[in-house]
Design a protein around this ligand. Sequence first.
Ligand code: PGA
Length: 239
Amino acid sequence: MTVRLEVVAAEAWADRVADELIARVHERPSLRLCLPTGDTPSTLFSRLVARSAAGEVSFAGVTIVLLDEFLGLAAGDPARCDVRLNRELLADLAPAPAAIHTIDADAFHPEAAARAHDAVAAKGLDLALLGLGMNGHVGLNEPGSGPDSPTRVVGTAAATQEAALGRYGAGRSPVMGITLGMDRLLAAGEVWLLVTGSRKADILARALNGPEGDDCPASFLRRHPRLWLVADEGAAARL
Ligand code: PGA
């Protein structure tokens, strides 16, 4: 196992991740970057906006590839991943990134939208930032997803629907979604698993120290040769 584990105080967590990401963009201005949405990366995104505005970094050469998306929510629904990414990061980034690949949540044929997004990811991801679901999911690779799971249309788990309704303000329960597959995430040059808050302590301990298994898809990330697990003290409490 080659996990690089770093535990950071909650108030320093977002800046620590931002420091590292800014360093990657400086090293490789044309970085191909997979981004998640959700509550975890919100503070990171606000730091990136501030530091871009301060002239510390430019994303002008960066290609952004969205990790996942809900289906069946109205355009503009605050829980939609494209809406959230735009609201929390892209709308305030100047100059804009070179390319932004969201997922067509309104496609008449969601399978075709999944295939199109997979083709984007197949060109390679230098770095994939991921959050950890309360049920061990990564993206919408819900429990039951193995390490070879492809990019696809999925049914969402109950815990995922609860998060969308309760925390993200979805107008209705998103029972379906599209996610990059575990295969594409494990093929990224680097993977960062971002985990904050004491409510994630049990599932993080399960993902890191329990057996690898599809009951907790995040456990498969341990196979990645360059995994950085950056947690705050609350999330790391049971490690
Ligand atoms: P959260 O979601 O950051 O809102 O906790 C993480 C996830 O479900 O992947």
